[in-house]
Design a protein around this ligand. Structure first.
Ligand code: SAM
Length: 284
C-alpha cells in the first residue's frame, strides 16, 4: 500500500480505498491500530485495525438512525447507555433529546475518545461536556455483566466482530444487556452489511430469538460501510414499540424540534422492511 493511500482490509477479495491527503494521527493504542487521515471526498476519516469507522461526510446516516429510531419509538427515554461509539457522533444525537437525563458511554479505548475530541470536533459538537453525560473507559461486556441498571435505551455502537468488538456480538453480552433494560426498554446494535456479512444478522437473530419478545433489524445504507444496506438490530420485550404509527412518530419529531439530515419519521417506519434474503437469513 502506498503511504498516500488507505486500503480497507475488512474483506479478502474486495474493498474500498481512499487517497490520503494528510495523516493526522496514527498509533497502536494498546487495544487496536488507530489511523486518522484526510480524504478529499469524505473529509476526516477514522479507521481502526484497517477498517473505516466513521467519516465527516457520511457519519450522520448511521448516527441519526442508531439514535433517533429507538429514542422516538420509546417516547420518553430518560436513561441511555452507549457501548463503544468512541467518536461521540452518536452521543451528539442522543443529547438532542430533552427527555434524556442521563447518558453513560462505555468505550474500551480512551485513545479513540481523546483523538476524536481533537480531530472530530464536529462529531461530538460539545456533547462530551454535557452535564448529563458520563464516560466510562472499560470493556462494554464487562460493564454490563457487573451493572444492575434500568436503561430505557441501550445502543451498541461497536466495531466489527474482530478484535475488542468481538465480545459485543456474543449471546452472553446480549443477555446482560437485556437484564439492564427498564420495562419498555429497547436495545439497538450495529449488525454489519448483510450482503457482505450475512452471518452477523443470522447469529444475532438466533441470540435475540431466545431473549426478546420482539426483535428485528432495520436498514440504512451508509456510503463508507461498503456493500449496500447495513442492518441495525432491534430488541425489546415490548412488542408495540416497533410498529409505532407514523402519526405518533411525526408528533414526537415535531415536538422535539430536532434538526436531522437523514432521519425522518417516514424513513423510520420504512427502515424495518427488509430484503427477502435478509428475512430468510433471520428466519422471518
Ligand atoms: N460506527 C462504527 C461502525 O459501525 O463501524 C463504529 C464506531 S465506534 C468508533 C466503535 C467503537 O467501539 C470504537 O471506538 C472501539 O474502541 C469501541 N469498542 C470496541 N470493542 C469494545 C468493547 N468491547 N467495549 C467497548 N467499546 C468497544
Amino acid at each position: 500500500m502506498a503511504r498516500n493511500e488507505f486500503a480497507e482490509t475488512l474483506y479478502d477479495s474486495y474493498g474500498q480505498h481512499f487517497a490520503i491527503d494528510e495523516v493526522y494521527f496514527e498509533s497502536r493504542t494498546g487495544h487496536q491500530h488507530l489511523l486518522i487521515f484526510h480524504n478529499a471526498k469524505f473529509g476526516r476519516v477514522m479507521a481502526l485495525d484497517g477498517v473505516v469507522q466513521t467519516t465527516e461526510r457520511d457519519e450522520f446516516y448511521y448516527h441519526e438512525m442508531m439514535a433517533h429510531v429507538p429514542l422516538f419509538a420509546h417516547g420518553q427515554p430518560r436513561r441511555v447507555l452507549i457501548i463503544g461509539g468512541g467518536d461521540g457522533g452518536l452521543l451528539r444525537e442522543v443529547v438532542k433529546h430533552r427527555s434524556v437525563e442521563h447518558v453513560t458511554k462505555v468505550e474500551i479505548d480512551a485513545a479513540v475518545v481523546d483523538m476524536a475530541k481533537t480531530w472530530f470536533p464536529d462529531h461530538s459538537q460539545g456533547a462530551f461536556d454535557d452535564p448529563r453525560f458520563h464516560l466510562v473507559i472499560a470493556d462494554g461486556a464487562e460493564f454490563v455483566r457487573r451493572a444492575n441498571e434500568a436503561y430505557d435505551v441501550i445502543m451498541i455502537d461497536s466495531t466489527d466482530p474482530i478484535g475488542p468488538g468481538e465480545v459485543l456480538f456474543t449471546n452472553d453480552f446480549y443477555r446482560q444487556c437485556e437484564r439492564n433494560l427498564a420495562p419498555g426498554g429497547i436495545m439497538v446494535t450495529q449488525n454489519g452489511v448483510p450482503f457482505m456479512q450475512l452471518d452477523e444478522v443470522r447469529k444475532t437473530s438466533r441470540a435475540f430469538r431466545d431473549l426478546f419478545a420482539d426483535w428485528h433489524f432495520y436498514g440504512v445504507a451508509v456510503p463508507t460501510y461498503i456493500g449496500g444496506m447495513m442492518t441495525l438490530g432491534w430488541a425489546t420485550q415490548d412488542a408495540g414499540l416497533r410498529g409505532q404509527s407514523l402519526e405518533v412518530l411525526e408528533e414526537r419529531f415535531k415536538t422535539a424540534a430536532i434538526a436531522t439530515r437523514y432521519y425522518t419519521p417516514a424513513i423510520h417506519r420504512g427502515a424495518f422492511a427488509l430484503p427477502r434474503f435478509v428475512e430468510e437469513a433471520i428466519g422471518k
